[in-house]
Design a protein around this ligand. Structure first.
Ligand SMILES: Cc1cc2nc3c(=O)[nH]c(=O)nc-3n(C[C@H](O)[C@H](O)[C@H](O)COP(=O)(O)OP(=O)(O)OC[C@H]3O[C@@H](n4cnc5c(N)ncnc54)[C@H](O)[C@@H]3O)c2cc1C
Length: 501
């Protein structure tokens, strides 16, 4: 009998990628490096997707990510592209990683050095200082147990999960703490509510709710404190620009202002993409667009499996959305660091608004990032560029017409309470709403990170990198495995490319 061989992979020479977000750029580099002929279609006129850039009145702003974790993922991608990362970009460690402002007037620096961080915590809550190390050890254990299976490999099928190599990990799965919530576990380590609030916040790093998300997400503090948090010199957009140029030098072609209108499927197999200019033939298509947009709008009714899958993806809970204010601010607020969090009075109420009632929080926690701290040319002399982010619910029919003006007022009130009375010093402004994220990037319900991790089985339900039916369709980006955030979407591009090749 002839051995059964899967020959179709050899045909995947000519690959179309939908979307030049960070996941799409990573997939393009990995595929081009494997000798594929790659074309990237992007609806907007520039690359980056949510990680874009705005320039106005002498100010420069990043529009999305501001803090980069797992820098080694970026370094590995540049190695694949053929030039070491430090010859293309400069990753600058951030210290303090973040400055926290509490409603009672306390200010706490989360220093990059664990020793210094403990010292800071000791002045605030002496009995919690040693808990920082114990908590990060616990967080590290979760990373060591899960990263290989859940981050660095494709969860393409049950068989790959059940590889012999994974068996010891699978037997230790109870240790990944999926049966507590983030909040319950954080509370078991820290007594001071301010530290509980600080460590709970990490669940929002992938758009989830610490009061419902499994404690497995407590992996994130380890990633930030022990693997390092960085900024890219020149702005996060410098990373996008440089990855796009690395892809071009490997022969990737980019077609901007070219929305893909549909994925062409014949005989159960992807044949190409349809744009306003006509149909372009491809042996395989990697979609960096949101999985729900891909399965519903782009695949339409192409096969009953696709319809079923579209319905299933549509039911997954999207991550929270966000509202961004880009403010050019007159003067200098020296008590602010590069990254700052100004906490709200009632954190539980804020999460209840965002994830349960699905309304804008009336007293939001406010994140402020000022890149002109590291790159003074990002603001005119005597000014600062404030990127201000508040978490918002994913879009519903009922909250689409949220009054953004009243959220802006609440943000200014919260900043004022923390000592930053800047309302009269805002000299220029641009706002990015959840509806903008949906419209500009086809982000499902305006979600920032794709799919939330609010349930224990979210990692298993998240769309895979290889769809299987139709054959030849692959997914990468925040809504696909392994999830949202810069390092994970870069990994998803790699995993999708490996699946194609
Ligand atoms: C406000 C904000 C703050 C954030 N902060 C951080 C942070 O500090 N750290 C961090 O790690 N992450 C952060 N993130 C998350 C991070 O930005 C995202 O996870 C990541 O950038 C998403 O990349 P992606 O590959 O999923 O693609 P996206 O950025 O979603 O890009 C998808 C691309 O596909 C294009 N596209 C969609 N449909 C089509 C179509 N039909 N035809 C052609 N093109 C199409 C879109 O235009 C877009 O360019 C933040 C995000 C936001 C919005």
């Amino acid at each position: 009998m002839q051995p059964h061989t899967r020959t179709y992979n050899h045909m995947n020479r000519n690959v179309g990628i939908i979307g030049a977000g960070l996941g799409g750029l990573s997939a393009a580099i990995h595929l081009a490096r494997r000798g594929k002929n790659v074309t990237v279609y992007e609806s907007n006129s520039t690359p980056g997707g949510k990680a874009s850039e705005v320039r106005m009145d002498g100010f420069r702003f990043d529009t999305g990510p501001s803090l980069i974790t797992m820098p080694f993922v970026i370094e590995q991608l540049y190695d694949v592209a053929g030039t070491p990362a430090n010859e293309r970009i400069q990753l600058i460690p951030v210290d303090p990683i973040c400055r926290y402002f509490y409603p009672d007037g306390t200010v706490l620096d989360a220093c990059a050095s664990e020793e210094e961080f403990r010292t800071q915590v000791r002045t605030l809550a002496p009995s919690d200082a040693e808990a920082v190390t114990r908590f990060l050890d616990y967080s590290q254990r979760i990373y060591e147990l899960t990263s290989d299976i859940f981050l660095f490999h494709s969860l393409s099928d049950l068989k790959s999960l059940l590889r012999w190599k994974n068996l010891p990990t699978l037997l230790r799965l109870p240790q990944i703490d999926a049966f507590h919530t983030v909040h319950e576990r954080v509370q078991s380590y820290f007594r001071d509510p301010r530290l509980v609030q600080l460590f709970d916040r990490y669940a929002t790093y992938n758009g989830s709710n610490p009061f419902t998300a499994p404690a497995t997400l407590n992996i994130i503090p380890y990633v930030e404190y022990r693997l390092g948090a960085s900024y890219v010199h020149g702005g996060i957009y410098a990373l996008v620009r440089s990855l796009e140029s690395a892809a071009r030098s490997l022969g990737v072609s980019f077609r901007y202002d070219t929305p893909v209108e549909g994925i062409v499927v014949e005989g159960g197999r992807v044949r190409g993409v349809r744009t306003a200019d006509g149909t372009c033939a491809h042996d395989a298509v990697v979609s960096n667009a949101d999985a729900v947009h891909t399965m519903t709008t782009l695949l339409g009714g192409a096969g009953s499996d696709a319809v079923k899958r579209a319905r299933r993806y549509g039911k997954l809970e999207p991550s929270c959305s966000g509202l961004v204010f880009l403010w050019g601010v007159r003067g200098r607020n020296d008590s602010l660091a590069h990254h700052n969090i100004v906490f709200s009075d009632n954190y539980a109420e804020e999460f209840d608004a965002i994830f349960t009632r699905r309304v804008a929080p009336s007293d939001p926690t406010v994140y402020v990032s000022i890149t002109s701290r590291a790159d003074p040319e990002h603001a005119p002399e005597g000014h600062e560029n404030w990127f201000v982010l508040v978490n918002m619910p994913a879009l519903t029919d009922a909250n689409r017409d949220t009054d953004i003006g009243s959220v802006r007022t609440a943000v200014l009130r919260r900043l004022h309470a923390a000592g930053f009375d800047i309302a009269g010093d805002i000299v220029c402004e641009e706002t990015i709403t959840p509806s903008d994220l949906e419209r500009r990037y086809n982000a499902n319900k305006g979600s920032i990170y794709g799919i939330s991790s609010n349930s224990r089985n979210a990692a298993f339900l998240r769309p895979r990198n290889r769809i299987g039916s139709p054959e030849g369709l692959y997914l990468c980006g925040g809504s696909a495995h392994p999830g949202g955030g810069v390092p994970l979407v870069l990994l998803s591009g790699k995993l999708a490319a490996e699946a194609v090749a």
